[in-house]
Design a binder for this molecule. Structure first.
Ligand code: PEP
Length: 251
């Protein structure tokens, strides 16, 4: 059966001491509750190793927010999948809309990143989602399908089964505008069907599909109650331990 998951995406926020403190707060909060989902924090590269040292990674998973599309070499400023894995991280967010929009990530580069992540035993949290214009002109089904097909459908069923997907409508990220629970369910069901058509029912049923976009303690319960919404990828609300835990305990 697929897992329920709540994953934080800290983006480019917190200095190292602030990040370690936040990770400790989430880690401590998890000692007093028995969450009904896996809990993950995805943090800036600089924070991975120190955060790994202060959390119980059996209870709180750790991930990066990106990795390079090359294994090693003359790529100044890049951080590779083997480097991420060597910090103790188990996950990596790939294809976030901010990376696609501001850093020109394409399906081709994402294919490489997914391959390298899997080769290094990192679980990709692979993001897909349409912009507002595509939502409004009704092309969002095609957009999301193409994002999945172009970057992921080269994978074997075995490798595809290792992924977590995150549907994040770009118009809902950091805007305070959330997709309604019915809008989320509609597209999550479509994503699952797209996976089923390629890899079969078992793979589709076992794939966790997270919702991301202004998810908060106040709306998480209704979103997570939908049958094809298996949790959330959380930006802003992951920067405060109490609000992040409010979403974790929505399950
Ligand atoms: C995100 O960027 O992954 C995200 C979901 O952000 P927010 O929760 O702030 O909308």
């Amino acid at each position: 059966m697929r897992k329920n998951i709540v994953a934080g995406n800290w983006k480019m926020n917190t200095t190292l001491p602030e990040g370690v403190k936040l990770a400790e707060e989430v880690n401590n909060a998890l000692k007093t509750v028995e969450p009904k989902c896996d809990v993950i924090i995805c943090v800036p590269f600089t924070h991975l190793f120190p955060v790994n040292n202060v959390i119980d990674t059996k209870k709180l998973g750790l991930g990066a927010e990106n990795c390079a599309d090359h294994r090693s070499g003359a790529y100044t400023g890049e951080v590779s999948a083997p480097m991420v894995a060597s910090t103790g991280a188990q996950y990596v967010i790939l294809g976030h809309s901010e990376r696609r929009q501001y850093y020109g990530e394409t399906a081709e580069t994402l294919k490489e990143k997914v391959r390298l992540a899997l080769d290094n035993n990192l679980t990709p949290i692979f993001c897909i989602g349409e912009v507002l214009e595509q939502r409004e002109n009704g092309t969002y089904f095609d957009v999301v399908k193409a994002q999945i097909e172009d970057a992921l459908f080269n994978l074997s069923a075995e490798d595809f089964s290792k992924l977590i997907l995150a549907y994040e409508p770009v118009w809902a990220i950091g805007t305070g505008k959330t997709a309604t629970d019915d809008q989320a369910q509609e597209i999550h069901a479509f994503i699952r069907k797209t996976i089923e058509d390629k890899y079969g029912k078992e793979v589709a049923e076992n794939t966790s599909i997270l919702y991301g976009g202004s998810c908060k303690p106040g709306n998480a319960k209704a979103l997570f109650a939908k049958p094809d919404v298996d949790g959330g990828l959380i930006g802003g609300a992951a920067l405060d331990a109490e609000s992040f835990m409010g979403i974790v305990t929505a399950f």
